[in-house]
Design a protein around this ligand. Structure first.
Ligand code: AMP
Ligand code: ZN
Length: 137
């Protein structure tokens, strides 16, 4: 097993643990974007968000909020980003699903991930048709 987050989940590699339960582990990011930057991972190896089993997904998202609330209460940041990168094109460097919780301070200069674009209205109409979900599909 070569996945670094699997090794952290199994205890083979140490981490600064914040929280764990049956499905989920949270720990401090080793190269934080800001003070208190935490990761929340699944204990089971899933590569991307869309791979996660529903039961685990519920635990994961609840843990993200739990850790985020703890950061807010303890560190009192001005704001926070909750980020989940999927695929190398999206900036995923560790191929084991994880959420970042990044505490933010006004004017901290941490780079936002995109410059807004201005698509034609017709393009938005077409995308709305293609992506519209009805009755769960
Ligand atoms: P991403 O670019 O979304 O895949 O984020 C991967 C994150 O994992 C980065 O912020 C790294 O700093 C962090 N990271 C990698 N190895 C470790 C480790 N051993 N302990 C804690 N965080 C790690
Ligand atoms: Zn893994």
């Amino acid at each position: 097993m070569s996945c670094i987050f699997c090794k952290i989940a199994s205890g083979e590699i140490p981490c600064k643990k914040i929280y764990d339960d049956q499905h989920v582990l949270s720990f401090l990011d080793i190269n934080p974007a800001s003070k208190g930057h935490c990761l929340v991972i699944t204990k089971k190896h899933y590569e991307k968000f869309n791979d996660i089993d529903p039961e685990v997904l519920v635990s994961l998202i609840k843990a993200v909020q739990l850790v985020s609330k703890k950061i807010e209460a303890e560190l009192g940041p001005d704001g926070y980003n909750i980020i989940n990168n999927n695929g190398s094109s999206a900036g995923q460097t560790v191929a084991h699903v994880h959420f970042h919780i990044v505490p933010r301070t006004e004017g901290d200069g941490i780079i936002q991930p995109w410059e807004p674009t201005s698509p034609e209205g017709s393009e938005l109409d077409e995308l709305q048709k293609r992506l519209r979900i009805e009755n769960g599909n």
